[in-house]
Design a protein around this ligand. Structure first.
Ligand code: HEC
Length: 280
C-alpha cells in the first residue's frame, strides 16, 4: 500500500515538474518575440517636446550633399537613440536602422554601424542666409533644403557608401535585420535570387513590394504587379533608362545593365505570385 502511495506522489511530482518546465519554455519563447524591435522615433515630435538633447556646432569636411565643408547646429543622434530606446533589450547585430524622409525615401543601414560612428542630427545650417535655416540644395535643377533634419557624421569619410546621409529626415525606425529578407526572399525559387539581391540593393529604398520598402516611388506588387500592366520588354528598358520613357522623371538612372534589369523583372514576376499586404 505504502509503495503505491509513494509511487502516486512521485508521479504527481514529476507531472508537476514537467508542467512547470513547459511553462518556463513558453515564457522564454514569448520573451524573445517581444524583444523584436519595431520602434519609431518621431523626430519632429521629439523636437516639439524639447527632447532632442543638448545642441552643439559640428563641422563636416567635404559634406556629400553640399559638396563643401559645412557647419551645422546639431544634437548627438547617438545619445538621442540611446535615451529613447533601451538598447540593452535589443539584439544589435540583427537590427537595422531605417531613415524615413519627407518624400518617402527610406535608406537603411545596420544599427551596429550607426552606433560605431558619431552621428549628428543637424537642424540648422550655420552658413544659411539670414532668415532661413538652410542653404539651398540644388539637385537635377530643383532647389530644395534639408529641413527638418539632416543626418551627418564627423568621423566617417563621405566616400564610405555604407553610411547614409539622409536629409528631409522625419523619423528613425529600428527593425529586425531579417524582416524584409523573411518577407521578400524568394524561398522556393533559386533562379530569381540574383534579382532579389539587386532589388534589395538598388530599389527598395524607393519602392515597396507587399508594403515593405520606400514610398518615394510606387509600390510594385500590390494590389497589381507592374509585371501585369507593363509589357515585359518595356519594363526592362524602363528600369535601365527611365528618362527615355518619361519627361522630368523622378526615378534616377541607376547604371544597371539590361541583363540585371531582366533579373529584377524575373524576380518581380515571381513576387506577383506571392502577393499580400504588410502594414508598414
Ligand atoms: C530614388 C528613388 C528610386 C529608386 C532608387 C528606384 N526608383 Fe523606380 N521609381 C521612382 C519614382 C519616383 C517613380 C515614379 C515615376 C517617376 O519617376 O516619375 C518610379 C517608377 C518606377 C516604375 C514604374 C511604375 C509604374 O507603375 O509605372 C518601375 C517599374 C520602377 N520604378 C522600378 C524600379 C526598379 C526595379 C528599381 C531598382 C532597380 C527602381 N525603380 C529604383 C523612384 C525610384
Amino acid at each position: 500500500m505504502k509503495t503505491v502511495k509513494i509511487h502516486f506522489i512521485l508521479v504527481c511530482l514529476s507531472v508537476f515538474v514537467l508542467f512547470s518546465c513547459n511553462e518556463k519554455k513558453e515564457q522564454k519563447i514569448e520573451q524573445t518575440v517581444n524583444v523584436e524591435p519595431e520602434m519609431v522615433l518621431d523626430l519632429v515630435d521629439l523636437q516639439t517636446k524639447n527632447k532632442l538633447g543638448k545642441d552643439t556646432v559640428v563641422t563636416v569636411i567635404n559634406d556629400p550633399v553640399y559638396h563643401k565643408t559645412k557647419k551645422y547646429r546639431a544634437v548627438s543622434a547617438l545619445l538621442l537613440v540611446k535615451n529613447e530606446i533601451d538598447l540593452s533589450k535589443i539584439d544589435i547585430k540583427n537590427t537595422k536602422i531605417i531613415f524615413e524622409c519627407i518624400d518617402g525615401y527610406k535608406p537603411e543601414m545596420p544599427l551596429e554601424l550607426f552606433l560605431k560612428a558619431k552621428p549628428f542630427l543637424a537642424f540648422k545650417d550655420v552658413d544659411a542666409p539670414k532668415g532661413t535655416n538652410w542653404e539651398k540644395i540644388v539637385k537635377n535643377g530643383n532647389e530644395m533644403d534639408a529641413n527638418p533634419f539632416y543626418l551627418v557624421y564627423t568621423s566617417i569619410s563621405t566616400d564610405n557608401q555604407e553610411y547614409k546621409w539622409p536629409y528631409n529626415l522625419i523619423k528613425i525606425h529600428l527593425e529586425p535585420l531579417n524582416k524584409s529578407i523573411k518577407e521578400l526572399f524568394p524561398s522556393n525559387n533559386k533562379k530569381v535570387e540574383v534579382g532579389y539581391n539587386l532589388f534589395q540593393k538598388q530599389c527598395i529604398t524607393c519602392h515597396a513590394i507587399n508594403g515593405i520598402g520606400g514610398t518615394m516611388g510606387p509600390e510594385l506588387n500590390y494590389p497589381k504587379s507592374v509585371t501585369e500592366y507593363w509589357k515585359e520588354k518595356e519594363l526592362v528598358d524602363y528600369i535601365v533608362d527611365p528618362a527615355s520613357f518619361r519627361n522630368k522623371v523622378k526615378m534616377p538612372t541607376l547604371g544597371i545593365t539590361k541583363q540585371e534589369s531582366q533579373e529584377i523583372v524575373d524576380y518581380l514576376k515571381y513576387m506577383s505570385e506571392h502577393r499580400k499586404v504588410n502594414s508598414n
